[in-house]
Design a protein around this ligand. Structure first.
Ligand SMILES: Cc1cc2nc3c(=O)[nH]c(=O)nc-3n(C[C@H](O)[C@H](O)[C@H](O)COP(=O)(O)OP(=O)(O)OC[C@H]3O[C@@H](n4cnc5c(N)ncnc54)[C@H](O)[C@@H]3O)c2cc1C
Length: 417
C-alpha cells in the first residue's frame, strides 16, 4: 500500500471496524500482538516487507489514535520500540529475519549494555573490548546500572573495537546474547530492597559478526539513533494521560502508572477537587505535561526536516520532573492512603464517572482475518520468523512507572508498556 493510496478517513474506518471485530479489553497480549503485527498496525510506517504498510507518519497516527481510543496495545511501535527500530535501521539481514518480528511481539527480553563504572555521562570513554575471532567477536569488560539484565535474552552492547582511533570512532554496536558462559549478572540492591539494576561482568563471551549493527568502529552513530528513540520514549511517557474515551479503565485513576494518572479525576474521585492548593498543584503538572508535549512536537517537526533534534533530550529531563512532581501530587491528593498498594488503595467507591466502554466487546476467540490482516501477509519477515520459535517472556506487570521501568524492555511498546 503506498502513501497516496491511503485516505485517512478510510483508514480510520478500517481500523475501527478491525478493532471492533478483534479487540476485547483485557485480552491476553500474547494472543493480541500477532494480530496487530499481521494487520500491519504495529509499525505502519515501515515497509510492507517488514511488517509495515509504508504509510507516512501523519496517516499512521490515525491507527495509533484508534488503538488509544479503545485502550488496545501494540500499535505505534515504529515510534517507540527502540529495540526493533534500531535493529531495522542498522541490522544485518540475518539478524533482522531472526529478531524483528519477535521484538514486535514483545517476545525478546532486552537490556542496554552502555554504562560502565568509568563511562557514564562520558560514554565514549568505555573500556569494554570486542576482538574479532573468525566469524565472531570476543567481548570482555564490565557494565553497570543495567536494567533488566537478569531477565534479558539480548543486550544492545557498545564495546571498543579500535583503540587507536579517537574515542568516539573506535566503538562498535552489537546485539549481544546474554545467556551464555562468560556473562555474569549481579543484582544491585536498592534501598527499597528491590533490584532493578545490575552489574554485568563479561569475560570472553562471544557474539556473532552477524550481530554487529552498522559498520565496524561506527557504533557511535548507531548509539545516537538508539538514544534518540529512547529519549522520545521517555518524553512520550511523560506527556500524561492519553487514554481518553473508552477502554478498559479502572474506576479510579490512581491505580495507573504515575504518568497515566488523570489527577483531576483522582481529585474528584476522593473529593479533593475543591481544594485550591490541590487545584494549583494539578495545574502545575498539567503545565509541565503541556510544555513537554509542545517540545515533542517541535522535535518531531525538526526530525521531519532532516535535522537532528537536541530537543528530544528535554523529553528525558522533563520525564524525571513530571514523574516526580506528578507522584508527589498523587500523594497529596490521597494522603496517607498513598502509602498503600493493591486493591484496598482504591479509596472511596464513589467515582464521579465511569469511563465508557467500547460498544462492542466481541469474543477474543477465533478472530477472522480482515482485509487489513490479509494485506500484511506479504511481510517476508513474518513468514521467515514464524518458522523459528522465539523464547516467550514471563514479565510481571508494572503498576507504577519509574525511570527504571522506562528502560525495561516491556517499557518500549505500550507504556507499557
Ligand atoms: C533509572 C535508570 C536506569 C538506568 N538504566 C541503565 C541501563 O539499562 N543501561 C545502562 O547502560 N545504563 C543505565 N543507566 C545508567 C545511566 O545512563 C548512567 O547513570 C549515566 O550514564 C550516568 O553515569 P554515572 O552514573 O557514571 O554518572 P556520571 O557520569 O559520573 O555523572 C555524575 C554526575 O556528574 C555530572 N557530570 C558528568 N560529567 C560532567 C561534566 N563533564 N561536566 C559537568 N558535570 C558532569 C553528571 O551530570 C552527574 O550529575 C540508568 C540510570 C538510571 C537513573
Amino acid at each position: 500500500m503506498s502513501d497516496g493510496a491511503v485516505n485517512a478517513d478510510a483508514l480510520r474506518h478500517e481500523v475501527r471496524s478491525w478493532l471492533d471485530e478483534h479487540w476485547t479489553p483485557g485480552r491476553d497480549r500474547r494472543d493480541w500482538l500477532p494480530l496487530v503485527v499481521d494487520a500491519g498496525y504495529a509499525v505502519p510506517t515501515w515497509p510492507e516487507s517488514w511488517c509495515g504498510r509504508g504509510l507516512d507518519a501523519d496517516t499512521a497516527a490515525v491507527i495509533a489514535e484508534e488503538f488509544r481510543r479503545v485502550g488496545a496495545p501494540g500499535s505505534g511501535q515504529d515510534v517507540h520500540n527502540l529495540w526493533a527500530n534500531t535493529l531495522l535501521t542498522y541490522g544485518t539481514e540475518t539478524l533482522k529475519r531472526q529478531l524483528v518480528r519477535p521484538l514486535l511481539l514483545d517476545q525478546v527480553p532486552m537490556c542496554l549494555l552502555y554504562s560502565e563504572p568509568g563511562a557514564g555521562s562520558d560514554l565514549a570513554g568505555l573500556q569494554t573490548r570486542a576482538e574479532r575471532d573468525g566469524d565472531e567477536f570476543v567481548i570482555t569488560g564490565q557494565k553497570v546500572w543495567t536494567s533488566s539484565a537478569h531477565t534479558a535474552q539480548y543486550g544492545m552492547l557498545v564495546a571498543r573495537t579500535n583503540w587507536d582511533a579517537p574515542k568516539h570512532r573506535g566503538i562498535s554496536f552489537f546485539f549481544f546474547p546474554m545467556r551464555q558462559p562468560g556473562v555474569e549478572v549481579r543484582p544491585i540492591k536498592q534501598i527499597t530492597g528491590e533490584s532493578h539494576f545490575n552489574e554485568v561482568f563479561i569475560d570472553g563471551a562471544r557474539v556473532s559478526a552477524a550481530n554487529l549493527l552498522g559498520q565496524l568502529d561506527d557504533g557511535w552513530r548507531v548509539l545516537q539513533t538508539a538514544l534518540a528513540y529512547e529519549r522520545s520514549v521517555m518524553g512520550d511517557v511523560a506527556r500524561g494521560p492519553r487514554r481518553t474515551g473508552g477502554g478498559d479503565h479502572s474506576d479510579l485513576p490512581q491505580t495507573g502508572s504515575a504518568t497515566d494518572v488523570d489527577l483531576g479525576a483522582l481529585a474528584r474521585a476522593v473529593g479533593r477537587n475543591d481544594d485550591p492548593l490541590v487545584r494549583q498543584r494539578i495545574a502545575h503538572v498539567h503545565t509541565l505535561r503541556t510544555v513537554n508535549r509542545w517540545n515533542a512536537l517541535r522535535a518531531k517537526a525538526q526530525l521531519e526536516q532532516g535535522t537532528s533534534s537536541p530537543i528530544l533530550s528535554l523529553g528525558k529531563l522533563a520525564m524525571s520532573q513530571i514523574l516526580h512532581t506528578g507522584a508527589g501530587v498523587q500523594g497529596e491528593i490521597l494522603g496517607a492512603e498513598a502509602m498503600l498498594a493493591g486493591e484496598a488503595t482504591r479509596g472511596p467507591t464513589t467515582p464521579t464517572s465511569s469511563p465508557s466502554t467500547p460498544t462492542s466487546r466481541r469474543s477474543a476467540a477465533a478472530p477472522t482475518r480482515s482485509s487489513a490482516t490479509s494485506s500484511a501477509s506479504a511481510c517476508s519477515a513474518c513468514r521467515a520468523s514464524r518458522r523459528s520459535t522465539a523464547t516467550s517472556r514471563s514479565g510481571r506487570p508494572i503498576d507504577r512507572r519509574s525511570p527504571a521501568d522506562v528502560r525495561r524492555p516491556d517499557a518500549s511498546t505500550s507504556h507499557r508498556r
